[in-house]
Design a protein around this ligand. Sequence first.
Ligand code: NAD
Length: 507
Amino acid sequence: MTDTTVATTETLRARTRAALDRIGVVLPEGAGLHARTPITGDDLFPLRASNRVDVETAITDAAQAFRTWRTTPAPVRGELVRTFGELLRTHKTDLADLITVEAGKIGSEALGEVQEMIDICDFAVGQSRQLYGRTIASERPGHRLAETWHPLGVVGVISAFNFPAAVWSWNTALALVCGDTVVWKPSELTPLISLAAAHLLDRAVAATGAPDGVHRLLLADRDAGERLVEDPRVALVSATGSTRMGREVAPRVAARFGRCLLELGGNNAAIVAPSADLDLALQAVVFSAAGTAGQRCTTLRRLIVHHDIADRLLSKLGAAYRKLPVGDPFLDTTLVGPLISATAAKRMREALEQAKAEGGKVLAGGSEVDTGTNGAYLTPAIVAMPGQTAIVREETFAPILFVLTYRTFEEALALHNDVPQGLSSSIFTRDQQEAERFVAADGSDCGIANVNIGTSGAEIGGAFGGEKETGGGRESGSDAWRGYMRRVTTTVNYSAELTLAQNVSFL
Ligand code: NAD
């Protein structure tokens, strides 16, 4: 049940300070930025923001360090990431505390985010011995045709508030073993976890003797991000955030023929078929839709449920939603923490109003929880919609689950794919044909297509990302490492003859 007692800003400040001290972070004194917490909605510490000169210096340092880092053997580069991963293990709870303070995640989800960082370090260390090229059969006698992967250069990482550390670590752990150097521009809403994570990486750099400039942190608003986007020394811009941001970033990077890796907004759906295990679907839906207060890129936003089971599922879902404890994310009993800001709460209220104007009916939630603080707490909402109206086709970054019903599988699939975004998707069914159709070429058009699990909570072993307005990037596992390297095709002639390809004769 919801407990409206929330820690005071003073208590949160002390807890934050203690975590930062244990990690060894000294806060940059000055002005320009404020660390704040969505738990009480108050400022915690003033911080010095990076200025134009800092951005220039950071890129110069990273470009300089790249000159030696690119020829450091990859398994030696892996040693840096292994050491960093060990430090993450040592400070797991401190880092999780900072994520809770700044992003408002409940304890288990904040710990999960740090675990993801540790996992990607382990993955990247293994990858450091597997940056495989290949030998290709040459059509010419006495020739060897080969493909090699080389380091790319400086990687600019721009990250969002909702995965304030994990997304950076996905990029950074892989970029570092691939021989790249990194300049990080985190969300202006989460400077403390960024300082802490970057400090631990700096410690690993010092401990392993890696070049000092392999990583630089910029604490600043979007201006610093824009300068990374414009600078031709930044070979790859890996940007995670809203589709609006991606729309601004992509053409500017393309204009200078830089490389872009975009991880943008989602509008994820789950189809619940008549054969589904409803208890399993229920648990998955509640976590995917209401977990992280609806602030994951993979949050379930659209439930497409078969007409015959809709009433049954919705009555169970409504009951589960009414029991969801909303409140201070540091309380063990809380499952839904605050929204990131009053603006996010306003957007949620406006989206609910628009949904009603478009014929929607609020079945549960959507009301304010008064904690007596400036924190923005709302109960997760379920809204039955008459169709896929304008508001359903948008990503509102808050816990609103729109419900649509269907009668035929083809109708469900058409509804599913008829949105501009293409990140994550799932189907709950025990019908094998439906499950296979959903993941087939003419099924879900998303980068992630799940069966009998929800849309959120991906493992790091798979490549992560989505299609359409989600941006097309892939990060984390599988062969995502290739995005951080450049490919070289080499033909070596070890014969005494010059043979031209395609039997061309000349001279
Ligand atoms: P946001 O777009 O407001 O900000 C993201 C980052 O981009 C911040 O660091 C910001 O300073 C920077 N930025 C904004 N405009 C910029 C510009 N013109 N040039 C350069 N940098 C710019 O996003 P947010 O509110 O922090 O995060 C929520 C959004 O991120 C949601 O849409 C969510 O779906 C998305 N997201 C996507 C993924 C994914 O992997 N697909 C992961 C996490 C979050």
